[in-house]
Design a protein around this ligand. Structure first.
Ligand SMILES: Cc1cc2nc3c(=O)[nH]c(=O)nc-3n(C[C@H](O)[C@H](O)[C@H](O)COP(=O)(O)OP(=O)(O)OC[C@H]3O[C@@H](n4cnc5c(N)ncnc54)[C@H](O)[C@@H]3O)c2cc1C
Length: 666
């Protein structure tokens, strides 16, 4: 029987950074992979590489490639992404044994691996990286998107469903999408001339340093991410109250927010405890081109851009224009024989039903020893530390089964690869983790899950939190102490937790990475926008207390009322994000108005006028065409109807014949 130190099962995108580290440290490894088994290979075969990514360039490619190719952030096409996979495939192809792993027998210090061709191999460590199985992938490859004037029901929501929607909608098809709540997020927006991709605007680090502030700023669009069930009654009651206040305030003050107009989409996750992390795992997000940013980026060269794959997938626009209907999935009855869907008394006959399901890892059968018996391993995401180290298996690691809610998978798999590399090469580190594995899993789960019981989407993580957790485990996260300038502090707090943040120094340092990070920081004007949001939010909090203090000092209210205002601020401080979001992006004006409020505090009458004046200023700013919530703003959407008609005409001209060909039509 052949032997190897490390066996990698499945060669694909996720494996690339691990192989690089193994090569650098001279570890002996073997790769067994089925040929052309990835979704990207299937898409390439079916002519389906005709879209652009939902994650930006900086978060879709690996740090070791980015540092050689400093450029502006942008959204790469599927073709560019797949070309990168192929480049690496060519690099490693001589080392790949083409075969299918059918069984892994995990023993106390090694595994026996069986393959379809009948080979057996003894491996000290096994890394499994075989991607997911899911129905939506089949639909992406086989569904004929050239159909016109049909009724299509899509029974799930996510980026892939939205990709199908973006193709079907141009054929005047009636689309009904069944969903249980999701979070749509603009892929790009502008502040002045600076374009921010979604992935670069998350300041995850702030969540550790200023959790309350982060919680408020990240919840700027009043989408409570969780619905707490009342088994912890006082907390549940408090959160229900916050939720209700947010809802009422949202209706009054942010009526153009998508989730306010389409309240069914804000259901979030039912929880049996409040979230410790502000963004718990398991949230479905859809990343779309908002039509205004799309026009700015692509309208000059529309036919070419559509051909390249830059598709308008503004679900928020489609829904607000009635082009896509969102139905509540758990209230909808689907009759597959009669081909009808029914919800809230409305029944519709459909032509096509596209079914989705939860992603499940394509793991080969794995067995292990338990109480002297050989049993089958059952995969549960939560029972693996950081989604990588299974609690019941020995020297087996899982790579690529953790997905990002926003941002690219590359950040996650790059960090997972570093973790696995360290587990393979540093015995004290490995035993430090395995000795306390159950405890570590418990602490992680308590922080990132709001339910006791596992759920099918537990593997959807907020990439910035996830990469930070891995970096902390590896001891490669930057610290405040290591900052040497204000710029360093700003980077520490505001630079997104992309893998490059953790590879500037230390054992996994990459040459030129610090320069790359600095380049990204400069490109985004030092992420000033994050500071502006945070300062404006704090400004409002202070202003409310200052007005109350002024009234108190002038004897207009007593100490109890002042204390009540302070307590209210502590408990319900989130209210301040309403004026903050509504005055976006006029933070300069906001700053000036805050300065002018200071003298008004000296007299109780003018102090009382501060909020009405501010309300008026904010209202006036909101009427300006540039005024825009950072995400899901419906205010200006209808101005783009003419553009949409033009887009549809161009799409049908340049893409429909191609789609027909790919689908085997004439
Ligand atoms: C439509 C679509 C859009 C996406 N957009 C983005 C995006 O914008 N940004 C982003 O970051 N990610 C995106 N993703 C997700 C993700 O980047 C990819 O799917 C990624 O390529 C997964 O890499 P992987 O290495 O885990 O799997 P793969 O690249 O699929 O590799 C798995 C390999 O394992 C092999 N294999 C499977 N089973 C066995 C076995 N039993 N024995 C041996 N070999 C086996 C397969 O043949 C394959 O070669 C998208 C995915 C889809 C489907």
């Amino acid at each position: 029987m052949k032997e190897t130190d490390v066996l990698l099962v499945g060669f694909g995108f996720s494996a690339i950074p691990l192989l690089r580290e193994l090569d650098l440290s001279g570890v002996n490894y073997t790769i067994i992979s089925e040929k052309d088994g990835s979704i990207w290979a299937s898409l390439a075969r079916s002519g389906g590489l005709d879209f652009d990514l939902v994650s930006s360039y900086y978060t879709s490619f690996y740090t070791f490639d980015l540092v050689d190719d400093f450029s502006q952030d942008h959204y790469p096409t599927a073709r560019e992404f797949y070309d990168m996979h192929l480049r690496y495939y060519r690099k490693y192809q001589d080392r790949i044994t083409v075969d299918r792993v059918t069984l892994i027998e995990n023993k106390t210090d090694h595994s026996i691996v069986h393959t379809k061709s009948g080979d057996r191999l003894k491996a000290k460590h096994v890394v499994i990286s075989t991607a997911f199985r899911r129905r939506m992938n089949d639909a992406l490859v086989t569904f004929d998107c050239s159909i016109r004037n049909k009724t299509v029901v899509i029974d799930s929501i996510g980026d892939s469903a939205n990709l199908l929607i973006s193709k079907l909608v141009t054929g005047d098809n009636r689309i009904i999408c069944l969903q249980n709540g999701f979070l749509p997020l603009d892929k790009l927006f502008y502040i002045g001339d600076t374009a921010y991709s979604l992935d670069q605007l998350e300041a995850h680090q702030t969540a550790r340093s200023f959790p309350r502030l982060y919680g408020a700023v990240i919840n700027f669009n009043f989408v409570p991410m969780t619905k707490v069930l009342p088994n912890l009654k006082p907390i549940a009651a408090y959160m229900a109250l916050v939720r209700w206040i947010q809802h009422v305030m949202g209706r009054i003050f942010t009526p153009e927010n998508f989730h306010v107009r389409f309240a069914d989409t804000r259901r979030g996750i039912e929880a049996d405890r409040p979230p410790k992390a502000h963004v718990p795992n398991g949230i479905i997000a859809i990343k779309y081109w908002p039509i205004d940013a799309y026009v700015r980026q692509f309208s000059e060269d529309l036919p070419e851009r559509i051909k390249q794959g830059f598709l308008l997938n503004d679900l928020v626009y489609f829904v607000s224009e009635g082009l896509v209907a969102l139905w509540e999935k758990d209230k909808t009855k689907v009759d597959e024989i009669g081909k009808t869907v029914e919800c809230n008394g409305e029944s519709v006959h459909y032509d096509y039903l596209i079914q989705g399901d939860a992603e499940v890892p394509r793991l080969p059968r794995i067995t292990y020893e338990k109480a002297g018996r050989t049993v089958d391993y059952e995969y549960v995401y939560r029972e693996n530390y950081l989604g990588v180290i299974p609690s019941v298996l020995t020297n087996v690691y899982l790579l690529g089964y953790t997905r990002p809610l926003t941002g690219g998978l590359s950040n996650i798999t790059e960090m997972q690869s570093l973790l696995i590399h360290r587990m393979l090469t540093d015995e004290p580190f490995r035993s430090g983790i395995t000795d306390r594995l159950d405890e570590k899993i418990k602490v992680y789960n308590r922080r990132y899950y709001v339910t006791e019981t596992p759920r099918p989407r537990d593997h959807l993580t907020y990439y910035g939190f996830y990469t930070d957790e891995v970096a902390r485990e590896l001891g490669i996260n930057p610290s405040l102490k290591s900052c040497r300038s204000f710029r360093d502090v700003a980077k520490y707090l505001c630079y997104p937790n992309n893998a490059d943040k953790f590879r500037q120094t230390g054992p996994y340092k990459i040459e030129k990475c610090a320069e790359f990070v600095d380049h990204v920081f400069t490109e985004h004007k030092g992420f000033t926008f994050v500071w502006q949001l945070a300062f404006a939010y704090l400004g409002y909090q202070l202003l409310a207390v200052a007005v109350a203090a002024s009234l108190f000092l002038h004897g207009w209210i007593n100490g109890y009322a002042l204390a009540a205002v302070v307590v209210f601020q502590l408990l319900f401080g989130y209210w301040a994000m309403i004026p903050v979001t509504n005055s976006c992006p006029f933070f300069g004006v906001k700053f000036v108005s805050f300065v002018s409020y200071i003298p008004m505090l000296f007299h109780p009458v003018s102090a009382l006028l501060i909020f009405p004046v501010d309300f008026l200023v904010t209202y006036v700013l909101r009427q300006r065409p540039e005024a825009r919530y950072p995400f899901n703003d419906l205010k200006n959407k209808k101005n783009y109807r003419e553009f949409y008609e033009q887009y549809k005409e161009v799409y049908n001209r340049v893409r429909r014949p191609a789609v027909l060909q790919a689908a085997g039509g004439d």
